[in-house]
Design a protein around this ligand. Structure first.
Ligand SMILES: [Zn+2]
Length: 411
């Protein structure tokens, strides 16, 4: 009888592990495909008048609490990922200025900007770029008061976690964090994560993310709706929300780590999702040129874990070349052109709705009506678990109907 029970228990154990063995197999297949795609990558065109700088936004260190990360880890992770910039967003502390104390300026060739993440009195959370010495008292001020102060100081204010609050839409924020890596990781079922960890973490630590990656549909909808409702520009960015604090470790009495598994080290976070910023060649990368380009919406976000997106472009082809983030008048023959360093499927959205899609390394979309146009690029060649998920999310080109726009197309 005991033997029978043992056999049944063992059988159940084996069956319960089959899905995780299959999930490990899927990651091995995914890694092979990513490597094949990387070998097909077409380098960035040198004709563009813009340079594509890659970096990460929304990063915490131990200065603001909730994080164990230190500056040395941050700098080496940025270098290992060949990042051009890192925008720190420290939580404020009552008795010291975390923005003044965090990384700022150029370190090991990487430009750091010292920002804050703050709550507002009406329930929003803002990323202040750069940060403020008064960040600790932000919670007693409204979103609009903080945005106004930030603007007066020449800085930017972004709505973080856009589905967690409902006030930022009616305030003049500069943009929205449409993807947050930390929020995405919090959706993981811990039991599933535990067994995935046992089966796949040792071999595919960087691809564990792929098992739970999901298009930020609700955030994108809030962003699209906010643009439509306010009829003004709002820049989309990706937030890494990197804390380097999820995991387990066993330390000896001196604090030396004996055993450790960290699920969100900076290096892995910085490889997974990035914000790419386009700056004119003659400007070069500086604190000023970076903030100016982000304010203009001259940027896109990409899940570079699946393929290096550097060189992606979304531009209006016309008398006056315009890129993502720009406004353009509707004229006869207006066309929007998307191109990427890999064969991809470009999905064109107008005012948040899919209206067309084309595959290839480039795609032309003729435009005959005003609206807010943006593209999402998908690598359909990637197998499960990321089939159909976006690789790149662009900022919009705002096609406006203006009396001075010249001969207009009848609709
Ligand atoms: Zn954060």
């Amino acid at each position: 009888m005991k033997r029978k029970i043992l056999i049944v228990v063992l059988g159940m154990l084996v069956v319960s592990q089959l899905p995780f063995a299959y999930r490990r197999y899927r990651l091995s297949r995914l890694r092979r495909t990513i490597q094949q795609l990387a070998s097909q990558r077409v380098p960035q065109s040198t004709e563009s008048e813009f340079i594509d700088y890659q970096g990460v936004i929304h990063v915490h260190s131990s200065l603001g609490g909730h994080s164990t990360g230190n500056f040395a880890e941050l700098i080496s992770a940025a270098k290992a990922n060949q990042l051009d910039f890192v925008i720190m967003t420290e939580h404020p502390q009552q008795d010291f200025d975390t923005a003044a104390m965090t990384l700022s300026g150029v370190h090991a060739g990487v430009l750091f900007i010292n920002g804050n993440e703050v709550p507002t009195s009406n329930g929003d959370r803002l990323l202040l770029i750069p940060g403020s010495p008064n960040a600790a008292s932000a919670g007693s001020q409204t979103t609009q008061e903080l945005v106004d102060k930030q603007r007066a100081a020449g800085g930017l204010a972004f709505a973080a976690y856009p589905t967690d609050s409902a006030n930022w839409q009616s305030n003049s924020v500069d943009g929205v964090e449409v993807y947050n890596l930390f929020t995405n990781t919090r959706r993981i079922n811990p039991v599933v994560m535990f067994f995935d960890g046992l089966w796949s973490y040792g071999r595919y630590p960087e691809l564990m993310f792929a098992n739970f990656f999901a298009r930020p549909t609700e955030n994108l909808k809030r962003w699209d709706d906010a643009i439509s409702a306010s009829n003004r520009k709002l820049t989309a960015i990706a937030g890494n929300d990197a804390h380097s604090n999820v995991g387990v470790s066993v330390n000896d009495a001196s604090g030396k780590q004996l055993l450790g598994v960290k699920l969100d080290p900076y290096e892995r976070s910085f490889r997974t999702v990035r914000t790419h910023v386009l700056i004119k060649k003659d400007r070069g990368l500086s604190r000023e040129s970076l903030l100016e380009a982000i304010a203009l919406g001259h940027c896109y976000l990409s899940f570079d874990l699946f393929g290096d997106a550097k060189g992606f472009s979304f531009a209006a082809i016309g008398a006056e070349p315009k890129i993502q983030g720009d406004e353009i008048d509707l004229v006869n023959g207006l066309s929007l052109k998307a191109s990427a360093p890999l064969n991809t499927r470009f999905v064109l959205l107008k005012d948040g709705n899919v209206i067309d899609q084309k595959s290839g390394p480039t795609a032309d979309f003729p435009v005959s009506s005003p609206g807010v146009y943006r593209v999402e690029a998908c690598l359909d060649w990637l197998p499960a678990p990321v089939t159909g998920q976006p690789w790149i999310i662009s900022n919009p080109i705002y096609v406006r109907l203006r009396p001075t726009a010249g001969p207009l197309i009848s609709q």
